[in-house]
Design a protein around this ligand. Sequence first.
Ligand code: SF4
Length: 426
Amino acid sequence: MNIHDSEKIAGMLKSLNYEETETKEEADIIVFNTCCIRESAEQKIMAKIGDIKALKKIKKDLIVVVCGCMTQQKNMKENLKKKFPFINIIIGTHNIEELRNYILSLSAKKKTILDVWDKEKEIREDIKPYRTSKFNAWVNIMYGCNNFCTYCIVPYVRGRERSRQVCDIVEEVKTLVESGNYKTITLLGQNVNSYGLDFHDGKTNFVYLLNELCKIKGDFKIKFMTSHPKDFSPELIDFIASNDKMSKSIHLPVQSGSNEILKRMNRRYTVEKYKSLVDQIYKKIPGATLTTDMIVGFPGESDDDFKKTCDLIEYCKYIGVFGFVYSKRKGTPAEKFENQVPINVKRERITKLFEIQHRISNEILQSMINKKVEVLIEDESELYFIAKTDSGKTVRINKDKDHKLGDICSVVIKKILSKQLVGEIV
Ligand code: SF4
């Protein structure tokens, strides 16, 4: 989400004739688009803002902006202002679109603009993002989250779910595809598979949106993130299975393999339900690959709970796992939970989790040898193209004059070299 917010901010700055600089010393404006999902991210950003103090003393006209979900936390804007009085603009996630106007009014006012809205507002469609990613375009389809997982700050700082209109999303994707620059469109939302439910029209949902997007002519794939297992419908599985434009690589965050922990996390599904969903995906979607998020050391997680997490990883055969050590997040219910797990235990568990996943990922890579896969050529060196499979695995292929960056082609995987797939174009 933050990547795309940053692209919107860059779009606003471009419209004010700002250009990217190589170093912060050359900049006339520095924007910190913050994230508060993890406390460590917040500490890092605080240190980075502090680093600007000396520069601001020399460069008095430098404009410093702090925005993003960190500012939405209780008392944060006041704390930031007190700690870093040199900040010129502090705004939140709900009024990020106002940044352009704030910058314009700043020189006239010459004092700090501190404006963080508590409430979500209407989605604005008039901000043109400045896209920085090659071949992949991020497209927000909704904002906010209604789920209140007990470890997560998002619903408190990004508000309730609000979906963009189908016509606006279709128009944006159509323009991106027609530009010829993008081969992958990644739809973004905290829980994309509850898209459209806030319209209460009995018609609009995530599959309806996907169906409209897949009607757009062109050679492109649709990915999405993130989906919540409790809302992953059989209709969605069937749609992905039956439509060539849909990527078969699915990110399905599970967070734990223990029902007791899932309950404490307020995830609202059981391990049995999740496994049955995974079974359906593998059965109905040929070539499907799965990735997940896993939290270890959640309060109350016993050795037995962790063993269940390891068992689930073995069962699901993920191609990749994003593993995180639980850390207290201020303002969330889990912050006050008893039985916090000692840090040395958390470290041991995450190491074990990565060992298991490393072995499984290797087995999956080995099983790809001599198989034909479709890849997108994303980069090149003097001798090789660097391509990505649908599931995001890197494949090195010999360069030839018939292919170029941005091409989608079929390769046969020949071997694995230094953990990288090596393929030949066929
Ligand atoms: S669904 Fe995702 S964004 Fe929403 S509360 Fe849970 S973890 Fe946070």
